[in-house]
Design a protein around this ligand. Structure first.
Ligand SMILES: NC(=O)c1ccc[n+]([C@@H]2O[C@H](COP(=O)([O-])OP(=O)(O)OC[C@H]3O[C@@H](n4cnc5c(N)ncnc54)[C@H](O)[C@@H]3O)[C@@H](O)[C@H]2O)c1
Length: 269
């Protein structure tokens, strides 16, 4: 296989353990010849797993809380210092809702936590982009990705306040995609991924039943984390250089479905 990311420099956030989508993205980017820095919140680094990934990808880990602008500044500066040149791609693979984590129902949200969910899962995307632009840290034609979910468009009750967070995330990709596109030809997109068995994914109520439901609804079945990683490589590569400001469904066809024969069978038993 040809190496699609040879010579490219990146930052990959959000690899918590080997199930994380970002973990698979890092492995695939490494296979495709990219050099990158791994980053996660300081509290996640204490788990220590990410160091195994860093060793495998021959790189280092730099802690950054995605809600803190100074942490983004330090992360960019360290990346620029490490590689001696600007960045070509960034993966934002960050999501967390205290309301989901603490089992708060959507009709009884804690509003401080609500703001925290949106800050961590969406506004951090803006902080990441604005800091990069102020530091002029990304090369022209660079590619930036965030990971989203279809609850931004349709109602999935257990997804709770993360639905709003994903709607904001996707909107930032469009709005910032305009400004950074005009200024530097940098492209910004979100990938709307199938349910995936990760720490963040399985934290959502009723995840297992929902995972099965989506799998039966989608003509291709659910897209795995590895499939998502392959798609991220394509989106970071020059082969997709005219795609920007999009939310792209990577879901085996789920988003276009009404009902499938496989699900009908379940209800007709
Ligand atoms: N798993 C799914 O079903 C699914 C589906 C669609 C989209 N997504 C999205 O994919 C992304 C990655 O999630 P995942 O499923 O791989 O789960 P994950 O739990 O492995 O990754 C979430 C990451 O966010 C990081 N994080 C949380 N707070 C942070 C902060 N303040 N600063 C920096 N990092 C922070 C965590 O440490 C973790 O590494 C998230 O945006 C998630 O919403 C997941």
């Amino acid at each position: 296989m040809s190496k699609l990311l040879e010579g490219k420099i990146g930052i990959i956030t959000g690899a918590l353990d080997e199930n994380s989508i970002a973990w698979k993205v890092a492995e695939k980017c490494h296979e495709h010849g990219a050099k990158f820095i791994l980053s996660n919140a300081p509290v996640a680094l204490r788990m220590g797993k990410i160091n195994q990934l860093a060793e495998k990808c021959n790189t280092k880990v730099i802690g950054a809380d995605a809600t803190i602008v100074e942490d983004w500044e330090k992360l960019y500066q360290a990346t620029l210092d490490t590689f001696g040149r600007k960045i070509d791609f960034i993966l934002h693979s960050i999501g967390m809702s205290p309301n989901v984590r603490k089992g708060k129902h959507y009709t009884d949200l804690n509003y401080d936590w609500y703001l925290k969910s949106i800050d961590i899962s969406a506004i951090s995307f803006h902080k990441m982009l604005q800091t990069a632009q102020k530091m002029d840290a990304i090369n022209e034609w660079g590619s930036v990705l965030g990971l989203s979910y279809i609850a931004a468009q349709r109602t999935f009750p257990d997804y709770n306040d993360m639905a709003e967070a994903k709607a904001v995330l996707e909107s930032i990709a469009r709005s910032y995609g305009y400004h950074y596109g005009v200024a530097k030809k940098i492209r910004i997109n979100t990938i709307s991924q199938s349910p995936t068995k990760t720490t963040a994914g399985t934290g959502v109520g009723g995840f297992d039943a929902f995972f099965e439901y989506a799998d039966k609804m989608s003509p291709l079945g659910n897209a795995s984390a590895e499939d998502c990683a392959n798609f991220c490589v394509a989106m970071f590569s020059d082969l997709t250089r005219m795609i920007t400001m999009q939310n792209i469904y990577h879901d085996g066809g789920f988003s276009s479905m009404g009902i499938s024969a496989a699900l009908m069978e379940k209800f007709c038993q």
